[in-house]
Design a protein around this ligand. Sequence first.
Ligand code: ZN
Length: 287
Amino acid sequence: MAACGLPTIRICVHSVRRTAFCRTGIGTSAFMGRDSISPLVSANSVKRARHAYFAILTYHRITDDIDHCDFYDLPWHRFQRQMALLSAWASLSPLIELNFDDGTSDHLRVGELLFKERFQAKFFIVTDWIGRPGFLTRPQLRALLGFGHTLGSHTVTHARLTTLTDAPLRAELDRSKKLLEDLTGSPVTAFAAPGGYLNHRVTQIAYDCGYNTVRSMDWGYNNSFIPRRALKTVPIFSSTTDKKFEQILLGEAKFTNFHLKQLAKKMLGEDFYIRLRNRVGSWSRLP
Ligand SMILES: [Zn+2]
């Protein structure tokens, strides 16, 4: 693709081709394996790669309805431009993984575009939402797999996991994993916590349930892979400008707002903070 007047540079670091942390090009090879491989292999691969860090970009709804963009929505034309920038900056940016949360129906179109651009992504699915109006159906999920993408669990009900006791928490993690595995016929090893509500207990139980990667909504780059710890992410918002996106790709993004809000959350307590956030409005939304 040539867009924004920039040449297309598409690089797949060979040593990480089969890891989850890679710009991908199908080229003469197939897409990366759908099965996640062991986190340690990923970590070693990342160390061998040219860049010392990797970034997980997390998207939500990609929409044509630019008049009704929510905080986490991104207009389609801007998403296309971001993918053009991603291609253009590939040789300079950190290793990138693309994530899409919630399994909304627009993600089929996203999956098709990424396939054409030779990118592979992970789509995190809330299994109770499959087939509901506005969400992907089972055939559409299979189509995403056909495009070479991977499915991960985003729980059964999009529950706030930190509020659950162990038994219902395990049910959210186990049942969603099994359903997606039945659907895909292959292991589902990636998990992303709804709303980023994670603590040490939830993270450890997720790993105990057989997931290899647990993604939080803590904003930041991953400088290394630490076994059984949650990965950080760089969420993309409706307010993410092209300039900001380039900074993200170059590993130069700052996450000051996030750290300030985390401090506020710690001082006010999570419940009070969430109530306050909901009253203040969407501008202050924090995972
Ligand atoms: Zn979600």
